[in-house]
Design a protein around this ligand. Structure first.
Ligand code: HEC
Ligand code: HEC
Length: 295
């Protein structure tokens, strides 16, 4: 918090407290010339509905004083005044770190035990897979879907088609260190808009999708510039995450429009690294869960 905000929060908070105290004091004091207690104030409605001058009930007033005292004590103990840390030294981040440490302490040995077993063996351990699934729902589902079925731009992890390989080692490497498949815009390398259209039709033909056969045969030769990454036959290259274009399985969609968009703008999917964030033991269990999906 910068120093302006720091003082702003302090002035506004203390100011509201003083304001409340003043308001109560003002409302409970007698003023000269006012009707005395129990008398009619002079306000009468609907013929006989009169307002009497009665003070606020004591208990009501004490409740105000009590909440003010509670608020002041709270502000001294907890971080509430700008950058002031509070006498108790509590912070939401500190509490979070403590909870993480406690969880790691109680679950750590469990994960460490599983980490000693190879993924191929964990797959048939229902408890391990269930724990891996819980981790997946916490850390991976927001991108890959709660059923790991993926979404446009986020690969499905339950089919047998892999960008980077579906062995336990490849899956674990994907999770530990992340992946960044990168395809540059290729329209300029192909030439004209017609060339882009032709190559896109050729790509459609590779998986047997409906396409213009004339355009596809014109695009075939131009596909050579793509072959360096996707393979001359279009079957992909897992070393760089270049997708197989011959299966009917698409990361971004298999329409002519989606394929042209890939050629014109390029594509760059990013899978974040989890090595530091989750640690190797949890990733091992996650790899077992992901591996189990396609087995
Ligand atoms: C911020 C979104 C995001 C999160 C969170 C995320 N992923 Fe991914 N993941 C991706 C993207 C995008 C790709 C594809 C990368 C590419 O296009 O090169 C990917 C790729 C992968 C792959 C490689 C798939 C293949 O076909 O080779 C695996 C395995 C994987 N993720 C598992 C996980 C697991 C397990 C988690 C949870 C720990 C996770 N991901 C969390 C976005 C995410
Ligand atoms: C430098 C390597 C490279 C070249 C050259 C390249 N690509 Fe790609 N391409 C990739 C990578 C890597 C991806 C995956 C991007 C991602 O993970 O986000 C990809 C993705 C695609 C996709 C999306 C596939 C899907 O499943 O949705 C299509 C379509 C595609 N490329 C077609 C082409 C065509 C056509 C050419 C030639 C004009 C070409 N690529 C040239 C590396 C390349």
């Amino acid at each position: 918090m910068n120093s302006f905000l720091h003082w702003f929060v302090i002035v506004v908070s203390i100011g509201s407290f003083l304001g409340c105290i003043w308001l109560i004091w003002w409302a409970s004091k007698k003023t000269e010339g006012e009707s005395t207690e129990g008398e009619v104030t002079g306000h009468v409605w609907d013929g006989d509905l009169a307002e009497l001058n009665n003070p606020m009930p004591r208990w009501w007033l004490y409740m105000f004083y009590f909440s003010i005292a509670f608020g002041l004590i709270y502000m001294v103990l907890y971080p509430s005044l700008g950058n002031y840390k509070g006498l108790l030294g509590w912070s939401s981040d500190g509490q979070y770190q403590e909870e993480i440490a406690a969880a790691n302490k109680s679950y750590g040995p469990l994960y460490a035990g599983y980490a000693k077993m190879p993924v191929s063996q964990l797959v048939s351990n229902n408890k391990a897979v269930a724990t891996g699934r819980r981790l997946f729902l916490n850390y991976c589902a927001q991108c890959h879907g709660s059923d790991a079925g993926g979404a446009p731009g986020f690969p499905s992890l339950k089919d047998s088609s892999w960008l980077y390989g579906g062995t336990p080692e490849a899956i674990k490497a994907s999770i530990l260190d992340g992946r960044n498949g990168s395809m540059p815009p290729m329209a300029a390398a192909l030439g004209t808009d017609a060339d882009v259209d032709n190559v896109a039709n050729y790509v459609m033909s590779l998986s047997g999708a409906p396409h213009d056969a004339g355009k596809a045969s014109l695009g075939k030769a131009k596909f050579a510039v793509c072959g360096g990454c996707h393979g001359m036959d279009g079957s992909g290259n897992q070393a760089i995450g270049a997708p197989d274009l011959t299966d009917a399985n698409w990361l971004y969609g298999g329409s002519l429009g989606a394929i042209k968009k890939a050629i014109q703008n390029g594509r760059s999917g990013k899978m974040p690294a989890h090595r530091d964030f989750l640690g190797e033991d949890k990733v091992h269990l996650l790899a077992a869960y992901v591996y189990s999906l396609s087995q």
